[in-house]
Ligand binder design. Structure first.
Ligand SMILES: [Ca+2]
Ligand SMILES: [Ca+2]
Ligand SMILES: [Ca+2]
Length: 310
């Protein structure tokens, strides 16, 4: 028998069980596989040579993996030609028995950390210390700083590298648009108007006599022509002035006859802003009086006259 297999691959059994029917001890061939073992009678080992999954595997070699020569996590195989173990290392380790750490940070091709992250080698692995604004195992991720909704008052958040920018709605300011702008800051109301701050605008509360968005319009108090008797109206804030001698609205008629302006015994008749002289004949006059009326007028000033019959 050319295929002599050592223990534990070499198993003998059945001599007692099968007694006389099985006098010859059966030799088993233990084929060590990558993931599972296969046990076949040693007599059939040559057939294993033709097993497509195990080409070249000979049954006469020792199982080099029995002593667990490979570092934890590695896969062990027995070299089918020379019986040496072959360790297939897990990621992060190298060497014949996978005990050497791979320095991923020193690999010639490139830094495994993206976006200029700092690579830190560890036993069996590595990690990345990311610059501000980046995350993920390899700093491959741009952290969304807008995720926490940092902008207030319906502002729009723009994600940036390591930060954010808030686009404020009109009337607001501040990094988070948390400040309501005081549109009254510049004192826009004139003529002692009171400014009331609103969102993105202001309102002027005008004193009496003024109007307009910033109280800039002096209301024309003369527009209703309040001055009587032809007096001139002068507009003032919340009021007017009538240019007349007496009386607020010139309702008092001045007696222009008080100075006796009519000569030659003419009779003075007071008028609005003036007077009229009624003359005594033979002086010319504006009015022809009835005899009785003229007599009364003249008597009142101590005179008498006679009217020629026409
Ligand atoms: Ca490492
Ligand atoms: Ca970002
Ligand atoms: Ca405001």
């Amino acid at each position: 028998m050319p295929h002599k297999t050592p223990t534990p691959h070499h198993q003998q059994q059945g001599s007692e069980q099968h007694g006389q029917e099985q006098e010859q001890p059966v030799t088993w061939c233990h084929i060590k596989g990558r993931h599972r073992d296969t046990v076949i009678p040693a007599a059939k080992c040559p057939e294993a040579l033709w097993n497509p999954g195990r080409p070249g595997l000979l049954c006469h070699l020792d199982d080099a993996c029995i002593s667990n020569p490979c570092h934890k996590g590695a896969l062990c195989d027995t070299n089918p030609l020379n019986g040496q173990y072959i360790c297939t290392c897990p990621q992060g380790y190298k060497g014949a028995d996978c005990t050497e750490d791979v320095d991923e940070c020193a690999m010639a091709n490139s830094n495994p950390c993206e976006h200029a992250g700092k690579c830190v080698n560890t036993d069996g692995s590595f990690h990345c210390e990311c610059l501000k604004g980046y995350g993920g195992p390899r700093c491959e991720m741009d952290i969304n700083e807008c995720h926490s909704d940092p902008c207030q008052n319906d502002a729009t958040c723009l994600d940036k590298i390591g930060g954010f920018t808030c686009l404020c709605m009109p009337g607001f300011k501040g990094v988070h648009c948390e400040l309501e702008i005081n549109e009254c800051q510049s004192n826009p109301c004139v003529n002692n108007g009171q400014c009331v701050d609103k969102v993105n605008r202001f309102q002027c509360l005008c004193p009496p006599g003024f109007t307009g968005p910033v109280c800039q319009i002096d209301i024309d108090d003369c527009s209703s022509t309040p001055c009587l008797n032809g007096a001139k109206c002068i507009d003032h804030p919340n009021g007017y002035e009538c240019q007349c001698a007496t009386g607020h609205n010139c309702q008092v008629n001045i007696d222009e006859c008080a100075s006796n302006p009519c000569l030659n015994q003419g009779t003075c008749f007071d008028d609005v802003s003036g007077y009229t002289c009624h003359c005594v004949l033979p002086y010319t006059g504006q009015w022809r009086l009835e005899e009785k009326e003229a007599t009364l007028l003249l008597q009142s000033v101590g005179l008498s006259f006679s009217i020629a019959e026409s």
